[in-house]
Write a new protein. Structure first.
Length: 227
């Protein structure tokens, strides 16, 4: 049989009334703090864009080269992802809306894919996959590119690139062109940076006119490194 609860003392009743009065305000303060933190995280995910007067920082290309073999195999499996997608060179919408879309997709993909090297996936040394749940750098880049294409971005503004990190490790990023410059979307950081400020040595990049074609990067440059 359940025991009957004892009557609260006057002191207990006063304390209960105070909690009822104070808790809603405390909850509102906590919610406001969490919202401010979320906005700060989103704002910190991208560095300031160059001013309109600044010269555009575009990845310079040299001569056409063989595409990465894994990308050639990817195009055979997903021809739609390697076809030319038309549209304005500058995606529709305001510059702020474009930036918000890029930031949101970069953060979501970096969060949703669990890092896993290709060698641990069915014993395949290098496999570029779409919609991967677990994967490595190029799988992140491919999914970001797909989602931006689905938003109406033209293929000319979304190019995969292969690079070397400061320690000499091979890596891949997505280069998105907007507001007159080329910016790197990277699974190793949530920041979206001008390509020259990544700290990477750029090797190859997709063609603007044919996503199946690749070019070497002229005079590869590295910036100040990742922070």
């Amino acid at each position: 049989m359940a025991q009957r609860q004892s009557e609260p003392s006057p002191g207990q009743g006063f304390g209960r009334r105070m909690r009822h009065l104070l808790l809603p305000g405390i909850h509102r303060m906590l919610a406001a703090g969490l919202m401010a933190a979320a906005l700060a995280t989103s704002a910190a995910a991208v560095q300031p864009l160059p001013s309109a007067e600044a010269p555009p920082a575009l990845v310079p290309v040299s001569r056409q080269v063989l595409p990465p073999l894994a990308h050639a195999r990817f195009c055979l499996r997903h021809p739609g992802q390697c076809a030319v997608r038309g549209g304005s060179p500058q995606p529709a919408g305001s510059a702020q809306a474009q930036l918000a879309g890029v930031v949101a997709i970069n953060l979501a993909v970096n969060r949703d894919i669990t890092p896993q090297a290709d060698g641990t996936v069915q014993g395949i040394a290098d496999e570029w996959r779409l919609n991967a749940v677990r994967g490595d750098c190029e799988d992140y880049a491919l999914l970001k590119r797909k989602r931006l294409l689905d938003l109406g971005w033209p293929s000319a503004s979304l190019r995969l690139a292969t690079v070397l990190t400061p320690d000499g490790t091979g890596h891949a990023v997505l280069i998105a062109r907007f507001r007159g410059g080329d910016f790197a979307l990277d699974n190793l950081t949530n920041e979206i940076r001008p390509w020259r400020e990544t700290g990477y040595r750029f090797l190859k990049i997709q063609s603007e006119t044919d996503p199946k074609a690749w070019y070497s990067v002229a005079a590869p440059q590295a910036g100040g490194g990742l922070s």
